[in-house]
Design a protein around this ligand. Structure first.
Ligand SMILES: [Zn+2]
Length: 367
């Protein structure tokens, strides 16, 4: 399309109705996703992208706050994992029975083993964690740094010199614990709001939950379709944040996500959405309804939802380079984002690995 034609096309946006804008937005997102399938679904089995001179992935890597200077990873990964594992054992004891009566029991696969004197079973630092059984521990600090830098799977594979399918598996294993690492309670004023995240079923070639929708005039791939997935975020003024993918935008789903975490001890700020208001009323939570986001009542300037809405903005901007995330993976990505926000700029690979073995920032704060 030439420049003048494109300008004409763009100027038509103003005339679109909201449903037309939504369709256009979805069509663009889907088209972008179809260009970038490799990001999430991986190459054909057996294809090794590490060091194979494969062309660069078609998508730019995500851009969330890469560390300006990546800290040198000069300790052996296996030593880092051993040390973090020792902290885990000191904290939870035997992963089978929780007894703290544990002794060292030699070494296996380069990691110390332990034996529990109560249940007589042996284990290592990673037993019953999502990282259990993963190999090449010396590359984990590099993998963790790739996750801190939010690079694409192709780039992570290159940095770690592993194949693409390994990098994909590592990404999701590293995120599995963090997906559940959430605050057990929020304090003081809490802002809660839903946002919608575009889902795509890219890479899913069978078992689609519904038929791909026809979207007139789009060039979306067959089998590729989009749905707006409701995601709830609640955040207190200390920055503690919880979130959830809602199966439905209703009171029951919101209660499942926030029940016991936001309570009558909080002051809850939300928009006037029927579901969220119904949750707050039923739970007896003092509630401040902000019909106009960004416009708190001048008499009560502390009650607003600006922080949670800013969080939505950062989350969506951060997700954008991933080009659509399948719903089943969305909790992992929410946890990834939540962890990076909680750990802040000083996050280290050790921090991230510790999170991946069950000691995410929120778990740590309750130790
Ligand atoms: Zn035991």
């Amino acid at each position: 399309m030439d420049v003048a034609e494109f300008d004409g096309w763009l100027s038509g946006i103003a005339a679109l109705t909201p449903p037309q804008r939504r369709r256009a937005w979805q069509a663009l997102a889907l088209f972008e996703a179809s260009d970038c399938d490799a990001i999430e679904i991986g190459p054909p089995l057996g294809m090794n992208m590490a060091g194979s001179g494969a062309p660069a992935a078609p998508c730019q890597p995500p851009t969330f706050a890469p560390s300006p200077v990546a800290p040198p990873v000069n300790r052996l990964g296996v030593d880092i994992v051993s040390e973090l594992g020792q902290r885990r054992v000191d904290s939870i004891g035997c992963p089978h029975c929780e007894s703290s009566d544990v002794v060292r029991w030699g070494k296996a696969s380069a990691l110390p083993r332990y034996r529990c004197k109560s249940c007589q079973r042996t284990f290592n630092a990673l037993t019953k964690t999502p990282l259990s059984g993963l190999r090449m521990k010396d590359k984990w600090p590099e993998q963790a740094q790739a996750m801190i830098d939010c690079v694409s799977i192709a780039e992570a594979a290159k940095r770690c010199d592993v194949d693409y399918t390994t990098a994909f598996r590592w990404r999701h294993r590293f995120l599995a614990s963090l997906a559940g690492d959430k605050p057990q309670a929020l304090s003081g004023i809490v802002e809660g709001d839903e946002t919608f995240i575009l889902e795509s079923f890219k890479g899913k070639r069978s078992g689609m939950p519904r038929k791909a929708r026809k979207r007139g005039g789009t060039s979306a791939k067959r089998g590729l379709s989009a749905e707006q997935i409701p995601v709830l975020v609640a955040r207190d003024r200390q920055g503690a944040t919880t979130d959830a993918v809602l199966p439905k935008l209703n009171r029951v789903s919101i209660s499942a996500a926030l029940g016991g975490i936001v309570t009558s001890a909080n002051e809850f700020c939300c928009d006037g959405g029927a579901a969220i208001v119904a949750f707050a009323r039923k739970a007896g939570i003092p509630t401040h309804i902000l019909p106009m986001p960004g416009k708190p009542n001048p008499q009560a300037p502390d009650f607003h939802i600006n922080n949670v809405n800013a969080y939505h903005g950062r989350l969506k901007e951060w997700l954008r380079p991933f080009h659509g995330v399948a719903t089943k993976n969305l909790p992992n990505y929410l946890g990834w984002r939540r962890t990076l926000e909680a750990l802040g700029q000083k996050v280290t690979p050790e921090d991230f690995i510790f999170g991946a073995i069950g000691f995410g920032p929120y778990q740590r704060s309750t130790q």
